[in-house]
Design a binder for this molecule. Structure first.
Ligand SMILES: [Zn+2]
Length: 474
């Protein structure tokens, strides 16, 4: 838009100047000046046109990736990998494909640095997307429709095919302008993030293949921001999916007696409810951000003796179960929390037992909180902030991601990782109907990654001398 207006304004200025020259029968030197002006303007038009063409081509490549249905429950990754390999070839990147589980490929593209001994920069994205209910969308979620406002509607437009393609577009531009990285840059495309990463990043990150990449820092997904300020995440909460099971003597529905299964389970629900309220109050009173508290939400209750039309109403059941989705922030004390569950929420003394459907570690392999430092101890944080600002973006305070991403596997190894998706002025629509991203934000994101990649891959120290210093974790 801005470029089109510039075109018009320049044309108008030229026409006016020539008209004035003719009216005033100007001297030949002024005419020469005008001809020079004309030449400059033509050059500028050509440059602007080339830039518009490049932007349009970038948007088309993004849309080509979006229409590939790498969607759960049965994502076929082969077409996505094939497309990305063709991009890598076009840009001039080396490619390796690994398979840690059958038909779940991990693609790693590499731009070798001038000093390949320096630890590398890794930009990660996942290829898979969550299902979409087509009939509830304005447009087909796998048609990547670009509307008149410049919004591209597609599953994965925010989460996170945008980011994967922005990495590639930024590298394409940097290569075109002749930039050469000092550090090696890797771009990974992983499967299965949307189903917990078990057959994706969880196997890839601890592997020898990953170790061989010698990674110093990782960028992975963040979230859209409805305002001007980009969001950045330096940690995430660990899911503990708890199931509490109660047993007790069955009895007649009319009888009052102690220790029935449901009575014992309800006592637990009361305690858990109070704990939940205490955490929620911290948010309501503005004392903590949502990512900084423990969230506990009941997700199922199972009890009663079923009949074809409902439940038996005069029998107190001998078993009952409740399930909870608990999320622990990186600074929570996992030992104290285990104790709370065992001694207060589900004690054997009340005929309760418990299991975890999932229990993601709160501490990394070094026993420290899975949190990437965001102070002067971590040069990557300073470089990230600077490069986003340099690209004309503003960045908010680091946050804890409410849910889980593949970055947790990286932080678990003690490697710094930031969750960052450059989508400002955009409603958060990941996993929602009508997920979209505006072309303007998409293109701005490419500029941001150009700065980040240039800055990160040009950084020579301090791990130039000491390989451990850039791995500082809080
Ligand atoms: Zn995602």
């Amino acid at each position: 838009m801005i470029r089109e207006r510039l075109h018009c304004e320049l044309l108008l200025a030229m026409v006016m100047a020539m008209a004035m020259a003719m009216v005033e029968k100007t001297s030949s030197s002024l005419l020469l000046l005008l001809l020079f002006d004309l030449f400059l303007s033509i050059c500028l038009f050509a440059k602007l046109d080339a830039s518009v063409d490049a932007d349009n081509a970038a948007v088309e490549r993004f849309r080509s990736y979006l229409v590939i249905p790498s969607v759960h429950p049965n994502p076929n990754y082969a077409p996505a990998v094939e497309f990305l390999l063709s991009q890598a070839q076009d840009i001039g990147l080396d490619a390796q494909t690994f398979e840690f589980a059958e038909n779940k490929p991990v693609l790693v593209l590499t731009w070798k640095g001038k000093n390949p001994l320096l630890p590398s920069v890794l930009l990660n994205s996942h290829m898979d997307v969550v299902p979409a209910e087509k009939e509830k969308w304005k447009h087909d979620p796998f048609a990547a429709v670009l509307d008149e406002k410049g919004d591209i509607y597609a599953r994965g437009s925010q989460d996170m095919k945008c980011v994967g393609m922005q990495y590639l577009e930024a590298v394409r531009r940097l290569k075109a302008k002749g930039f050469k990285p000092l550090r090696t840059l890797h771009i990974s495309f992983v499967p299965e993030e949307e189903v917990g990463g078990v057959n994706g990043a969880e196997k890839f990150v601890p592997s020898e293949e990953f170790k061989a990449l010698n990674v110093a820092v990782v960028l992975d997904e963040g979230l859209a921001s409805p305002n001007e300020t980009y969001r950045v995440f330096n940690g995430e909460r660990s899911p503990w999916w708890l199931v509490i099971r109660a047993t007790g003597a069955p009895g007649h529905g009319s009888k009052l007696y102690d220790n029935s299964a449901l009575e014992n389970l309800i006592k637990s629900l009361d305690l858990i409810s109070s704990y939940r309220a205490s955490q929620f109050d911290l948010i309501k009173e503005g004392l903590a951000a949502e990512g900084e508290v423990v969230s506990v939400n009941p997700v199922f209750l199972k009890a009663g003796t079923p009949t074809p039309t409902g439940f038996v109403m005069n029998v107190q059941p001998s078993e009952a179960e409740a399930g909870f989705d608990i999320r622990l922030p990186p600074l929570a004390d996992p030992v104290a929390f285990d104790k709370l569950i065992a001694e207060e929420w589900a004690p054997a003394s009340r005929n309760l037992s418990f299991t975890f459907k999932q229990k993601v570690t709160v501490r990394n392999k070094k026993g420290l909180p899975c949190l990437t430092a965001t102070d002067s101890s971590n040069p990557w944080w300073l470089l990230l902030k600077d490069s986003i600002t340099k690209a004309g973006g503003s960045i908010g305070q680091p946050e804890i991601f409410l849910a889980a991403t593949d970055a947790r596997f990286v932080r678990d190894e003690g490697i710094p990782a930031f969750g960052f998706s450059p989508m400002a002025n955009t409603p958060i629509l990941l996993h929602d109907h009508n997920e979209f991203l505006n072309v303007r934000e998409y293109l701005k994101g490419i500029d941001v990654y150009c700065e980040i990649i240039e800055t990160f891959s040009s950084y020579g120290g301090p791990d130039d001398q000491s390989k451990t210093s850039s791995h500082t974790e809080l």
